[in-house]
Design a protein around this ligand. Structure first.
Ligand code: HEM
Length: 445
């Protein structure tokens, strides 16, 4: 996530990369960071980096850091620059009480009912996207994962249909500009998009001050204690949702398709289309290909971790990706085995123990939405799955978020039936396209 944008964290992550003997310029490392992580986790769960920061690889130690108030964001000057250059921290970068208040306000928009409504709409969008691509070679990331993820964010932020084309164009550039390390060539276009993005939300804020609605901007503006938030707080929170939810959703969808394509005899796709087993597929992709690899913290007081003294202000880097393949917690940790998330009776997923969504106070607010989006998209795609066409895939340069930049596929022939329209107000059942192409034998488990 480009949301840990402070220089001390950037330095610690660069040092971690060197410690792993890796480079973000090495496509081999980006494709398989576990070649570097696995030998380190075998030696010990917590390592002191030369500059003093701690790299936390073990599952138990990572969970301890994420759940324990001894580690947070408050100590030290972690975030001297902030999202979009606004002088305000996002709530991911806060400790309680600021974090608790803002998270509580936003959480109202992630209720079970709201997510059910959004998920139904998103299943319609998935079906429409797969129809649009049918019968041609393409790229799963740009054809499907990116447009769907952008729709997710627009739904959450309450961007109306008439604003979406311009909003999507600007939001993509804003995300590109937040990438670490910055690899972008078009700084001017990014600066202009950032300006328009902030201006867009300032206009929404202005309108909601006069006439509040049942939307996120209104909720953020009108604080529970009756006071009004300033523009910076609202815009920063909206940009947090964009930066936390977009890349991660793109990564989950693309990695899921890559894993399912590689699963033997179409069994993965069969599990993805079965309501009893679809959750297990999503959990296993999250565990094995964790989109967020590192969730930085700093010690808020002098303490110790795994027997190592930790001075206040020390940067601590829990490596979620390493923890999710900790051999002390997961059998055959490098294998794609969705079955590990089925309960012994085979009637549904068992409790997930991976840390792909973090843990503790900052546990991902969008977790249920991300799961529902992936479940719905995979069940639509399973009717007629895209096939990896053998061309090489590429990954984004970066350590904190891991995701595919391109995943070349062949989309199967045009599905039959009439494209469904998006139901107004989030109601209605989705129609998966039926596939005219022969597929390998599918099993039901
Ligand atoms: C596969 C998809 C996703 C993954 C793997 C993911 C992962 C994470 C992780 C690991 C954290 C905790 C970071 C930390 O502790 O430092 C987090 C926090 C967060 N995520 Fe997600 N996320 C996903 C999708 C989303 C979506 C779709 C949204 C919203 C649209 C979202 C919004 C947030 C927010 C607001 C936080 C901050 C929570 C807090 O500080 O209390 N995420 N996410």
């Amino acid at each position: 996530m480009a949301i840990y944008d402070g220089e001390p964290i950037r330095r610690a992550v660069a040092e971690l990369t060197r410690f792993l003997g890796a480079s973000v310029d090495d496509p081999g490392f980006l494709a398989d960071p576990h070649r570097c992580l696995t030998p380190r986790i075998r030696s010990r769960p917590v390592h002191r980096l030369p500059g003093g920061a701690l790299a936390v690889l073990g599952h138990a130690a990572c969970a301890e850091v994420l759940r324990d108030a001894r580690f947070g964001h408050g100590a030290g000057n972690l975030y001297e620059t902030t999202l979009l250059g606004l002088p305000a921290r996002s709530f991911l970068q806060m400790d309680t009480p600021g974090h608790t208040r803002l998270r509580g306000q936003v959480a109202r928009h992630f209720s079970v009912r709201r997510i059910q409504g959004l998920a139904q709409n998103l299943a319609h969008d998935s079906a429409a996207l797969s129809r649009r691509c049918a019968g041609r070679p393409g790229d799963f990331v740009t054809d499907f994962a990116e447009p769907l993820a952008m729709t997710v964010i627009s739904d959450v932020l309450g961007v109306p249909p008439e604003d979406r084309t311009a909003f999507h164009r600007d939001a993509r550039l804003v995300i590109q500009g937040l990438d670490q390390p910055a690899r972008t060539t078009d700084e001017r276009a990014i600066a202009q998009a950032r300006f328009r993005f902030v201006r867009y939300f300032r206009r929404q804020i202005q309108a909601r001050r006069q006439a509040p609605r049942e939307d996120l901007v209104s909720t953020l503006l009108h604080r529970p204690d009756g006071s009004m938030a300033d523009d910076r707080e609202v815009v920063t929170t909206c940009s947090l949702l964009l930066s936390a939810g977009y890349d991660t959703t793109v990564s989950l969808l693309s990695q899921a398709v890559a894993e399912l394509d590689g699963a033997p005899s179409g069994q993965g796709w069969a599990m993805a289309s079965n309501p009893w087993t679809a959750d297990a597929v999503v959990e296993e992709v999250l565990r094995l290909q964790s989109p967020v690899q590192v969730a930085p913290r700093a010690a808020v007081r002098d303490t110790a971790l795994d027997g190592l003294p930790v001075a206040r202000g020390t940067i601590v880097l829990p490596l979620l990706a390493a923890a999710n393949r900790d051999p002390d917690v997961f059998d055959t940790p490098h294998a794609f085995r969705p079955g590990r998330y089925l309960d012994p009776a085979g009637t549904g997923p068992a409790a997930a123990r991976h840390l792909a969504f973090g843990a503790g106070a900052h546990f991902c607010l969008g977790a249920a939405l991300a799961r529902a989006t992936a479940r719905g998209a995979l069940s639509v795609l399973a009717a007629c799955p895209p096939r990896l066409n053998g061309a090489s895939r590429t990954y984004h340069e970066g350590v904190v978020v891991r995701g595919l930049r391109s995943l070349p596929v062949t989309w199967p022939g045009r599905p039959s039936g009439t494209p469904p329209s998006r139901p107004a107000g989030g109601a209605g059942a989705h129609a998966a396209p039926s596939c005219p192409v022969a597929h390998p034998q599918r099993s039901s488990t």
